[in-house]
Write a protein that binds this ligand. Structure first.
Ligand code: SF4
Ligand code: SF4
Length: 101
């Protein structure tokens, strides 16, 4: 199992989650952040840091957001292939227009 970042993160990308992740397995994409399911150790630390409650365990992702399970896997694989590293420091990037929070 792994944890999954879902829709509320889109364009918000507050990045509080990356600071507490012990594995640096959270990657920044253009519109949101993604968790690499192959390296997530299910510690749940990120869940409690997210101000918009975007992070769920794979088994508990709300039905309307289950597509994010595959999206987190495929996007992290693409970002890793492009040479990106997992984030460890909070970003100061402002939220985008699609951030609903
Ligand atoms: S803390 Fe929440 S909103 Fe911020 S980047 Fe992480 S998942 Fe996205
Ligand atoms: S559950 Fe733990 S290991 Fe997985 S992404 Fe969140 S903080 Fe990182």
């Amino acid at each position: 199992m792994a944890f999954v970042i879902t829709e509320p993160c889109v364009d918000c990308k507050y990045t509080d989650c990356v600071v507490v992740c012990p594995c640096e397995c959270i990657y920044q994409g253009e519109s949101q952040l993604y968790i690499d399911p192959d390296n997530c150790i299910d510690c749940e630390a990120c869940v409690h840091e997210c101000p918009v409650e975007a992070i769920f365990s794979e088994a508990n992702v709300p039905a309307k957001w289950t597509s994010f399970i595959d999206l987190n896997r495929t996007r992290t694989q693409e970002l890793i292939a492009l040479g990106n590293s997992g984030m460890s420091e909070k970003s100061s990037e402002p939220a985008g227009p699609r951030c609903k929070n």
